[in-house]
Design a protein around this ligand. Sequence first.
Ligand SMILES: [Zn+2]
Length: 214
Amino acid sequence: MVFIAKSPILRIPERSYHFQRSGLYSLLSETAANESMSTHWRGFAVAGIGTARSNERKRMDNPFMARAIQLSLDNVFSGQGGPFGAVIVKDGNIIAEGVNRVTVTNDPTAHAEVVAIRGACAQLKSFALKDCEIYTSCEPCPMCLGAIYWAQLSRIHFGNLAADAAKVGFDDSFIYREFAQPLPQRKIPMLQMMREQALAAFHAWQEKPNKIPY
Ligand SMILES: [Zn+2]
């Protein structure tokens, strides 16, 4: 089933919109008042601000992000999981939606982005989402970012920041710090063994004539 994108249910509060807009207006008048700027560069800057304003409007009123945010809010009130939602879009349509389902399914990998990726792959009957974009209510955690790269999504749009998530108890910065540590210094011990035996599957894969590469 293909979901057609709905009009945004959640509206960005007027106050933050005006704040953003007034920020752009003040930038514009500051640029116009800059007498030392050449005509060429002044025109370039104003044109650039016009584009920036247009992009800003898109960023403030995007139906796909609005849907991801709505999903994140609904998930809080339904008690199904954490405050996260994501949608995957192909050719202007939402083809899959995901919400955080960690606690309700006892699955620590059931983050909104992963749930959405699984749904989109099932929908398209493909392990690659090359022509799809993901809209997620929060900046992806390291696991979801990895999943997004494996799924080969073409673009990532995110709403609130990892730093915002950290403030409400979802701090994934420790994972990045762990990645930077040498193996012996990581909190979860990583113990290497039986390399030669484990390489057998790689040798078999290399020699397999009818494999599906990915
Ligand atoms: Zn995640």
